[in-house]
Design a protein around this ligand. Structure first.
Ligand code: CU
Length: 397
């Protein structure tokens, strides 16, 4: 549930973190400078170590007194500055003309989101249903019920104002998005406000942080941050929710990890790296590997030896592979088929597929990075297995 803290997905998240870290460091310094001397003096002046006649009554030490007044005062003002400035960012609502205002209702035990009417006069209402999760005898959830099913859909890089309330006769809730470092009470009969501007496409947890009643902890929902065009398309439609599980789609994953700044996904254009649209490999890449061999992606088969074929045979094979193995198969491909398979799709992850961006290839490229004739791709060790599958599915469809 604390996964959200791994991302700083809203404009003010970094400021809030900074305030927290400065607080933490200062607290440690202050604690050590008080507790440290206290323990030291307790030890140094223990009864067995001090003679009665040595005891003096020290009345004043101006230098010391000024230091221990001034230094903590300055530190406290520094803390105040960072706390105040990040709180100000959180509490200063953007102009509603430059923002989308969404109504949020928290009630026992669900969140409901209501959007302004779109051009067709349609009002999107998301969430609001509640079925309790089922649990086994040990209290482990076996069936989620509606928990986590509803989501607040918002466009990336846009000011969002939330007008939040709870129905009369309900209880106080607390709307909490850890990845945004944003939390605000939701109170029956009162409208509380909060805003954010999400910086990264993705999906983040929403929780109710009001842990005082039976089922607040099941008021688990999600905020789905979408590219602006995808959001607009949904908002202008009459669909209840955007089609598909957008945030976990390969497209969103590629966007989120910045793959699109180096790889074109929808054209053949080569940016910093190859286009991932149609061709798995260019002719030049294949020729380069045939000539030099390759051993950097961590396939179970280990290294591919250099110079297995040469000259015209190598040319023919490279053209054939770069064409996605369409057309007549050159006889010399038999050399390659031993490891890469007759269809060139690799064999159980031991040697790479030369045709598709399958899960094994993506996993290996992301884990090891890829330095090849086209350039140098950095490692992406934190891309999860679920995300790798989503990318593979997206690129191969
Ligand atoms: Cu609640």
């Amino acid at each position: 549930m604390l996964e959200g803290f791994k991302s700083q997905a809203a404009t003010f998240a970094a400021d809030v973190d900074q305030a927290l870290y400065i607080n933490l460091v200062f607290s440690i310094i202050l604690a050590i400078s008080v507790i440290g001397p206290m323990l030291y003096f307790a030890w140094k002046y223990r009864a067995s170590n001090v003679k009665k006649e040595d005891i003096e009554n020290v009345v004043h030490h101006t230098g010391l007194e000024i230091t221990w007044t001034l230094v903590p005062t300055i530190m406290m003002f520094v803390l105040f500055y960072y706390g105040y400035s990040s709180m100000k960012a959180l509490r200063t609502m953007p102009d509603s003309k430059n923002a989308i205002t969404i109504k949020v209702e928290g009630s026992k035990w669900k969140w409901r989101y209501e959007y302004p009417a779109n051009a067709n006069g349609f009002v999107h209402k998301v969430g609001g249903a509640y079925t309790k999760p089922t649990m086994d005898g040990n209290g482990h959830v076996v069936e989620n019920g509606t928990m986590g099913k509803s989501a607040l859909y918002v466009p990336v890089g846009t000011n969002i104002i939330l007008n939040m309330t709870a129905p009369l006769g309900d209880v106080i809730h607390s709307f909490y998005i850890p990845a945004f470092r944003m939390k605000e009470d939701v109170v029956p009969g009162r409208v509380t406000k909060q805003w954010f501007n999400a910086t990264e496409v993705g999906e983040y947890d929403i929780e109710c942080a009001e842990y005082c009643g039976t089922d607040h902890s099941y008021m688990f929902s999600r905020v789905v941050v979408m590219p602006k065009d995808k959001y607009e398309a949904w908002f202008n439609s009459n669909l209840d929710t955007p089609k598909g599980e957008y945030a976990n789609s390969g497209d969103a994953v590629l966007q989120r990890h910045g793959c699109k700044s180096c790889h074109s996904i929808d054209t053949d254009k080569v940016l910093f790296g190859p286009s991932l649209k149609t061709r798995r490999l260019t002719k030049e890449q294949v020729l380069d590997v045939i000539e030099n061999g390759q051993n950097k992606l961590g396939y179970a088969m280990g290294a591919m030896p250099a110079d297995l074929v040469k000259g015209a045979d190598a040319e023919k094979i490279a053209t054939y592979v770069a064409n996605g193995m369409q057309g007549k198969k050159p006889d010399a491909f038999a050399t390659c088929a031993g490891c890469h398979g007759e269809d060139g799709k690799g064999q159980y992850g031991t040697a790479p597929s030369l045709v598709t961006y399958d899960v094994d290839l993506l996993r290996n490229v992301l884990k090891h990075g890829k330095k090849g004739m086209m350039g140098n791709m950095p490692k992406f060790p934190y891309v999860t297995e679920k995300e790798v599958s989503a990318i593979a599915e997206y690129l191969n469809k």
